[in-house]
Design a binder for this molecule. Sequence first.
Ligand code: HMG
Ligand code: MG
Length: 297
Amino acid sequence: MSQPASVRIVEVGPRDGLQNEKAIIPAATKIELIDRLSRTGLRTIEATSFVSPKWIPQLADAAEVFAGIARDPAIAYPVLVPNEKGYERAREVGAQEVAVFTAASEAFNRRNTNAGIDESIERFRPVLERARADGVKVRGYVSTVLGCPYQGEVPVADVVRVAQRLHALGCYEISLGDTIGIGTPARARAMLHAVALEVPIAALAVHFHDTRGQALANILACLEEGVAVVDSAVSGTGGCPYANGATGNVASEDVVYMLEGLGIATGVNLPKLVETGLWLSAQLGRETSSKVARAGV
Ligand code: HMG
Ligand code: MG
């Protein structure tokens, strides 16, 4: 079994985590969260999303949040954009990296973005063109890679095709999302293996929600398949309002703890990350989902 020497964690808590909160979190709290995360050694922090505020009111303050954070030049702060309008809003406040998102399942993509897969990719085309001209990096997400809340099973061939299209369009990295946390390790590994036959493994990331407690096992299987970029959310917050029953992302603290135990470098200071996660759960008024944080590292 091989494994990478180091892994880059893409911290998605401020976006994937906070987009699903019932209560509206003040912008100042979001800014403080990102600033605290910036001091933990993370190199990529997804800050917010410039989607329609009617669809995701939780992140309607994206511009205020992005403009308010103390950006560390050594850290990338990607933001989600669904279309050219989102790109323009993100650029107005100085975003240097954006992420576009579609799905392997037609039904989910319609619920999430009011567009079919092809139509959503057409919306990205001008975003990628402008990003190339502006020197902005673009990450791509494929959702529902191991199952869909509306369609059920999702053929691996559909995941491969969508990932390949995003890569061909110019996304430097494709994050493969188990949106509803339905996958198990052998299926996760087989899916990643199939995608990696068409898109270089160095351009792939994995994104697991932990709905059924399988996320760490799935990540381990994917590490053995050679992936070296893992998305996770501090305190295990998260979920997609358009994916029924999906719960939080795998907790960043638990991922870092596992990686350290495997001798895989992350550059993240675990005690500082745990402290940040506990601070966040206090702000949200509930217990952290990170088992490592609960156990006291
Ligand atoms: P639509 O209603 O079909 O869009 O939504 P539209 O183009 O017809 O526009 C409708 C209104 O929205 C217009 O305003 C537009 O100006 C406005 P009105 O004229 O009615 O006042 N609008 C915008 N406003 C601000 N920023 C924008 C924007 N675009 C349009 N960018 C749309 C289509 C894609 C915009 C909508 O469906 C949307 O925003 N969806 C986003 C849903 C979302 O954010 N989901 C969660 C993120 S994905 C996820 O969590 C999965 C992931 O974590 C991976 C995984 O776990 O699998 C990434
Ligand atoms: Mg997600």
